[in-house]
Design a protein around this ligand. Structure first.
Ligand SMILES: NC(=O)c1ccc[n+]([C@@H]2O[C@H](COP(=O)([O-])OP(=O)(O)OC[C@H]3O[C@@H](n4cnc5c(N)ncnc54)[C@H](O)[C@@H]3O)[C@@H](O)[C@H]2O)c1
Length: 258
């Protein structure tokens, strides 16, 4: 499952699962364009990832909410690498909201970054992949898109939309040998820690019973490098060549997709 000569774009690469994905791909020998809006953190992460070799990482700013930004960054990466084989797309935002008070602005922010950003990045990547032998697109869904989420209604709705999009894009682009899957993770990342910090002790107690207790493998969120990185390598490699349109929980058993 090595990724020698693979040309890869990773969004949301400055921290969390995006950063772990870049490290896994560099270790597997790929050429990686790491992209984010957090430019200082992204550049620092890339410098550190390059020490892991044999692959290489390059940092490039992108705002996945802006089509022009994605067009420009992906076209540059495509030209510099001489092709595109894989898009890993973890970039997203998470906010709390409830059904009675969620505002149009909060709703639009969530859908602009998480849903439209998925459509835009996937569409532009697929256009580049069609000039080669196809490719693999790895989106990020969530257990929140599978179940009721009364404290994060907009995030839940947006992730449900990412799941539907992933199925439809896979059906559309199979003819070009482009695979589209979505990871549903449970990983200890800054997003996860920030959500805990925003919550009261009572909310965190409730979250333990809702989110941690059902993780069969140890009742704890996973480590992005140890528990997600190898899965990202698998979905970037030819070992997963006959898997598309799937929602894949990488969550120690927290949820079941049926
Ligand atoms: N952490 C979890 O357990 C968990 C659970 C379910 C789903 N997810 C999903 O997994 C993915 C990765 O989550 P994470 O925990 O690593 O998040 P994170 O917040 O730690 O990292 C997300 C990255 O995306 C970047 N980003 C945000 N908006 C952007 C934009 N407009 N353009 C470019 N980059 C942007 C951020 O700067 C950040 O570096 C997300 O899609 C998230 O919704 C996470």
């Amino acid at each position: 499952m090595d990724l020698l000569n693979q040309k890869i774009i990773v969004t949301g690469a400055a921290r969390g699962m995006g950063a772990a994905t870049v490290r896994a791909y560099v270790k597997a020998g790929a050429t990686v364009y790491a992209m984010d809006i957090a430019n200082d953190a992204g550049a620092q992460m890339t410098e550190n990832a390059n020490k892991l070799g044999p692959g290489t990482a390059h940092y490039m700013p992108v705002d996945v909410a802006e089509r022009e930004s994605v067009e420009r960054a992906f076209a540059t990466a495509y030209q510099q690498m001489g092709g595109l084989d894989v898009l890993a797309h973890p970039a997203a935002i998470q906010r709390s909201s409830d059904a009675s008070t969620v505002t149009e602005q909060e709703w639009d922010d969530m859908f602009t970054v998480n849903v439209r950003g998925t459509m835009t990045t996937n569409q532009i990547a697929a256009k580049h992949m069609q000039t080669g032998a196809g490719g693999s697109i790895i989106n990020f869904g969530s257990i929140s898109g599978q179940r009721a989420e009364p404290s994060a209604v907009a995030y839940s709705a947006a992730k449900g939309a990412v799941h539907s999009w992933t199925r439809s894009a896979a059906a559309s682009w199979g003819q070009y040998n482009i695979r589209v899957n979505a990871i549903l993770p449970a990983m200890a990342t800054p997003m996860y820690l920030e959500a805990r910090e925003r919550s009261s002790a009572a909310q965190n107690e409730a979250a333990y019973w809702l989110n941690h207790h059902s993780i069969a493998l140890g009742q704890q969120y996973g480590d992005p490098d140890a528990d997600l990185g190898p899965v990202m390598v698998f979905f970037a490699s030819a070992a997963s060549r006959f898997i598309t349109g799937q929602l894949i929980p990488v969550d120690g058993g927290q949820t079941n997709v049926r």
